[in-house]
Design a protein around this ligand. Sequence first.
Ligand code: NDP
Length: 489
Amino acid sequence: MTEQLVSTNPANDEVVATFPIHTAEQVQAIVARAREASKWWRDQGYAGRKDALLAWKRHMAEHSADLVDLMHRENGKPLTDARLELMLALEHITWNAKHAGKYLRPEKRKPGFLLSNFSARLEHVPFGVVGVIGPWNYPVFTPMGSIATALAAGNTVVFKPSEYTPAIAEWYVDAFAAANPDAPEGVLSLVTGFGETGAALCRAGVDKLAFTGSGPTGRKVMAACAESLIPVVMELGGKDAAIVAHDADLAKAAEAIAFGALGNSGQTCVGIERVYVERVVRDEFLAELTKRVKEIRPGSDDKSSYGPMTMPSQIAIVRRHVEDALAGGGTAVVGGIESVGDRYISPVVILDPPHSSSAIQEETFGPTLTVTTVESLDEAVKLANDTPFGLAGAVFSKKHAEEISEGLDTSQVSVNSVLGFAGMATLPLGGKGESGFGRIHGPEGLREFTRPRAIATQRYAPPMNLLTFARKPWVVRLLPRMIKWLHAR
Ligand code: NDP
């Protein structure tokens, strides 16, 4: 029997579904079909694509109970978290459907003095077929940041979901076809398998590839895409810090940070993993934080705050980070190494681990949080910036939020809150350094999935035609004087 991909429930190992492991040849055939469909999809124009995308999201909303249940079973997250994730994804589909025409319409550009006999315009042209390789932590929302955007921009999409969440992906890929029975096969397609299938997608003739996942795998994806100069978007990990200033509302800061750190079992690329708090308010903040965190517990019933770890191998990483932080002199103020179970990890808060420890320098992706005491806001900013990542950060302060935000070397900042930017369909999301590059979401995301094409149209033949070998002698004589007249003043 051919090998299959078996997806299981991380809470109890029950089989959720089985999938084929697509070979390189099969992936190529699916990309070829997506290319055939791309002319039809492009010909729909913004209005047609808007109708198709809105039909898709209505279908998803109408049948959302099934999808939410599947998200709970295959990813492990609580039903309420699954609903929230779906809501955000539907918002993003809607925004992209409604705004692609506005942000990607051709733009007039000025031709400039020397070529004033021309008209100039810029078009935003879809790439053709976009490959999307997605993660398991937000299996609907995160890939949708690329899928819905690439589709709205006029591309067809071939999606390779994580091996941990293929059934969720299949559900919404099938939903697109069900909501759009007149669309040819191949507008949105699924390929399933492990890393090799993802690597095959990079080499299957896609025109652009959007990847979300870890830095090491991102590098492999870039290397595979480099073979054919395929452009990439890299949405990689983070090590986001929250800075709590002396004038912050400490109770509200603690509440937001607890959610930003522990929600979704800490498996959030823009989750809070580190806190830097000024010494004068450290004890009060810690009291507010620990009070809240002690009430939070993992589980799979409807009272639990978050679910099991979706990817079992992550548990060892979380354990290593906790051990490293404690061995280096950090103090566990909530939980400890015993909190790291085989499936579930209870919250762990560690005070003042060494700055060099893996809990501070590497992405943990679990329900743990470090709290570091600082003497000043400058020190907080310096330490917050001192990791290889640069995804997002959070600032809690009444009067100093702007200056702290300016100092943070990240691509997104939340002020007196966490995570808000990711939910706003109008704002771009992306990283720098180990957090990747390129943008999804917002107008910048739409443009990421198009290439600019410049069109220069000669409206009339000018007396002073520069773009010909038959240039008149007086034109040639005029040029040195023009250089001085135009540029030496
Ligand atoms: P990976 O980066 O390994 O995987 C992400 C996606 O890439 C998955 O669909 C995976 O498929 C696929 N993939 C794996 N190998 C290749 C390859 N050689 N070529 C192309 N595609 C490939 O992430 P993991 O899921 O293993 O998680 C590891 C770490 O990544 C986590 O600990 C976390 O730190 C970080 N992460 C960050 C996320 C973010 O939002 N930025 C999201 C998820 C994880 P398959 O699953 O089948 O192997």
